[in-house]
Design a protein around this ligand. Structure first.
Ligand SMILES: Cc1cc2nc3c(=O)[nH]c(=O)nc-3n(C[C@H](O)[C@H](O)[C@H](O)COP(=O)(O)O)c2cc1C
Length: 381
């Protein structure tokens, strides 16, 4: 039955519809929502829809291959799973499912500092497909320890997120009591009870936690203490000086996430970063932000020959990934799409989402008669 339903989930929108019916409203809104009036969230979609590709039907080409080399590793496709915090709220063990699926499919998996799975557990699941995203803790010993733990499990890619100098204002989360500190009220309990599969999985695996941060939390007794701890300990703002320090502290690939201007791309380069992820955090932080796809060509023109330029924000299909690649990105990440998949089908959903995006992207390349992802720029209309 479940396999049958899985086979019928033909696109990311189908996964989203099923996830909405299976997880509590407050968790779905935390996942799907953007900040303020959600202008940036809509803008990501609108701007992507305005990118057109032009086929070369009469050219001679021998099919298409999605393999992509980023830094020194060859991945089977030019897309990966973006860092997602509090994954356990959407579905218990979601991060483990993502990490395992990414490993099996050989695509990058970025573990968030605030994931519900620890660095060590994620490494067991993702192997060398694990990248680690850092929200730098103000406490330097904790920061050093997180980097040491990432190194100890063999992680080669550190992703430093710079676009959260202030918490995003998300009206849906505020209304649902998901702001910090969280309020678990009658409404959230009622919303959970009517989602039996989610409730059962949550009872079985426990409430979500910030697993990588747990060893540093002393004297925390409940969700409120934990939320307060996270809010106060991860409040450090990343500036160029901190990036330069992190460059000294981290011996492997350093990637800066949340770049949405040429000026910040150049600062990241000056600080010694090996790569950037152009991103507006999926429209969750600044509601007057430009869309990633709109800024991307300027950034590629400015720094694309000196560092690896990757991107996220707005991927809902294989054609979206092709649009980003055609505008010069070397790797494209998706966030919500992978969470919808696990909300819809738990572990098999993660693999299914990769399969969907891979098949859709391959179809676009074959339709265009474009042999490889890095040649897509030649097919911009
Ligand atoms: C539920 C949720 C949690 C997120 N948590 C983090 C996080 O902990 N760290 C981070 O750098 N980005 C986080 N992001 C942003 C994503 O990494 C990514 O930039 C965004 O989801 C891309 O947009 P998309 O969802 O349209 O693909 C989060 C996004 C969502 C939807």
């Amino acid at each position: 039955m479940a396999q049958n339903l899985l086979n019928k989930a033909a696109c990311i929108a189908d996964l989203k519809t099923r996830a909405k019916a299976r997880i509590p409203k407050y968790a779905f809104e935390y996942l799907t929502g953007g900040c303020n009036q959600e202008v940036t969230l809509r803008q990501n979609r609108h701007a992507l829809d305005r990118i057109y590709l032009e086929p070369k039907y009469l050219s001679t080409s021998q099919g298409a291959n999605l393999e992509t080399q980023i830094f020194s590793k060859i991945y089977s496709a030019p897309f990966g799973i973006a860092p997602l915090g509090l994954t356990g709220l959407i579905w218990p063990k979601a991060a483990d499912f993502h990490a395992r699926a990414a490993h099996n499919a050989n695509i990058p998996y970025v573990l968030s500092t605030l994931s519900s799975t620890s660095i060590e557990q994620a490494a067991q699941c993702a192997g060398d497909n694990l990248w680690f995203q850092l929200y730098p803790p103000a406490d330097l010993e904790i920061r050093a320890d997180l980097l040491a733990r990432a190194q100890a499990v063999g992680c080669q890619h550190l992703v430093v997120t710079i676009d959260v100098p202030a918490a995003g204002r998300r009206p849906r989360d505020i209304r649902n009591g998901l702001a910090v500190p969280p309020k678990i009220g009658v409404n959230s309990i009622a919303q959970s009870i009517i989602r039996p599969a989610w409730s059962l999985a949550t009872v079985r695996h426990g409430l979500p936690e910030f697993a990588s941060m747990m060893p540093y939390m002393k004297n925390v007794k409940n969700m409120r203490d934990i939320a307060n701890y996270i809010r106060t300990s991860l409040k450090d703002v990343v500036d160029q000086k901190m990036l330069e320090q992190l460059r000294k502290d981290w011996p492997h690939k350093l990637i800066v996430k949340g770049v949405i201007s040429v000026a910040d791309a150049q600062r990241a380069l000056q600080a010694g970063a090996d790569g950037i992820i152009v991103s507006n955090h999926g429209g969750r932080q600044l509601d007057a932000s430009r869309a990633s796809i709109s800024v991307l060509p300027e950034i590629v023109a400015a720094v694309g020959d000196k560092m690896v330029v990757m991107v996220d924000s707005g991927v809902e299909s294989g054609p979206d990934i092709a649009r980003f690649l055609a505008q010069g990105a070397q790797m494209v990440f998706a966030g919500r799409a992978f969470m919808y998949a696990v909300g819809a089908f738990a572990e098999p959903g993660a693999e299914h989402c990769i399969d969907l995006l891979r098949s859709e992207l391959l179809q676009v390349l074959e339709q265009l008669r474009c042999p490889t992802p890095c040649q897509l720029a030649d097919y911009l209309a």
